[in-house]
Design a binder for this molecule. Structure first.
Ligand code: NAD
Length: 367
């Protein structure tokens, strides 16, 4: 007999749903990690996984991460994620996403989906034809639209908290920031930095994106190799994950790492510790980049952009809490973030005794 239920990643999940529809070709897995604080919200990733085992591992890892991200962002949401096995460039169709939408609907709001790597606003609009439990749709349809301006604002607030802690300054004026990746989030982040009076050294593999920030914000462009070795006040990874690793950390010449990219630490425990040993203050990625999640979460109660920005401003306080705990306990900041998120989940689990059947989370939405 298989020992799937004992598998490391599987065992702390509440529910994992395998969705198979041979008519549309849908092969999808929906993982619900934890609904203690609220319905599980997390994007749907479409990817050509090498094996079904890889797909399962990915969705379990990602859904667990969403529980922590929602908890630390003080959202009343749990953690979940979905994957669709397939090539996002060639395998997409309306029936495929509508079929996925029907499976989401069958969970009656325990899981709410959204865009992720390989899926788009259009795909989510197909999903919406079958279920109301979907976010990340266009502004025109009452959704929250592009989340990157809110993510950038939250990241900027988190940077300010890190600068205050490490350099004792309330403003970023006169500081030098290395921005790796100036796509959606990186562009808006540079806008905030420019307005605050910081100087920026930027890099990107996309010439067009690079040109935009050098023209609009007087940023200095450098080639992708070597940006992390430059001397500056902040390194802001806003492109890929895993840029903080055994090779790169010893080369860093910055007192602060604070950027929007997901999964910045190649191996969380090792590289979080290594940054601490080098006396570099690391703003944990899922705490500082929560603006995007805050933005889509706002769709649930009826989207209000002002409220989304105001909640993203709270990332400053969240990071202060994390830094306080890390200092008090003498632990790396990524470990402190984990504890803060776990404490909220644990504190709120006490509500279970008096909990009423959960209301339809999307009830107020105008369909
Ligand atoms: P994006 O694709 O718009 O921008 C990424 C940029 O990085 C692109 O311009 C790309 O050309 C560049 N890039 C890729 N490889 C590079 C390399 N090796 N060196 C330098 N530049 C490189 O993505 P985005 O929406 O701006 O997101 C950026 C990061 O932030 C991602 O890690 C994403 O997961 C994370 N994030 C984004 C949001 C959001 O609201 N968009 C929310 C949370 C987290």
């Amino acid at each position: 007999m298989s020992d799937l239920f004992q598998e490391m990643n599987f065992k702390d999940h509440e529910q994992v749903v395998f969705c198979n529809d041979s008519d549309t070709g849908l092969k999808s897995i929906i993982a619900i990690h934890n609904t203690t604080i609220g319905p599980a919200l997390g994007g749907c990733r479409m990817w050509s996984y090498k094996s079904e085992d890889d797909a399962l591992k990915d969705v379990l890892r990602l859904s667990r991460g969403m529980s922590y991200k929602s908890a630390i962002a003080n959202l009343n949401l749990g953690g979940g994620k979905a994957i669709i096995i397939g090539d996002h460039k060639t395998d997409k169709s309306e029936p495929l996403f509508r079929s996925f939408g029907r499976f989401v609907d069958g969970l009656s709001g325990r899981y709410i989906t959204a865009e992720d790597v390989g899926t788009s606003v259009t795909d989510m609009e197909w999903v919406r034809m079958e279920t109301q439990f979907v976010t990340g749709i266009s502004r025109a349809l009452g959704g929250s639209g592009d989340p990157s301006p809110v993510t950038a604002f939250g990241t900027f607030m988190g940077m300010k908290a890190a600068v205050k802690r490490k350099l004792g300054k309330s403003s970023l004026s006169g500081l030098k920031v290395l921005v790796q990746g100036v796509g959606h989030v990186g562009y808006h982040l540079c806008d905030y930095l420019y307005k605050e009076g910081a100087s920026m050294v930027v890099t990107d593999i996309d010439e067009g994106n690079l040109k935009r920030v050098t023209t609009d914000f007087k940023a200095e462009a450098v080639t992708p190799d070597g940006i992390m070795e430059l001397e500056a006040d902040i390194y802001a990874p806003c492109a890929l994950g895993a840029t903080l690793n055994d090779e790169s950390i010893p080369k860093l010449k910055v007192p602060i790492v604070a950027g929007a990219a997901n999964n910045q630490l190649e191996v969380e425990a090792n590289h979080g510790q290594l940054l601490k040993e080098k006396d570099i203050l690391y703003a944990p990625d899922y705490a500082i980049n929560a603006g995007g999640l805050i933005n889509v979460a706002n769709e649930i109660s009826g989207y209000n952009r002002e409220r989304a920005f105001s909640q993203a401003e709270g990332i400053y306080d969240t990071l202060e809490t994390i830094f306080d705990l890390a200092e008090k306990e003498d632990i790396p900041t990524h470990a402190a973030a984990e504890r803060v998120a776990e404490k909220r989940m644990s504190d709120l689990s006490k509500l279970k005794n008096i909990y009423l059947p959960r209301q339809n989370p999307m009830a107020k939405r105008d369909n």
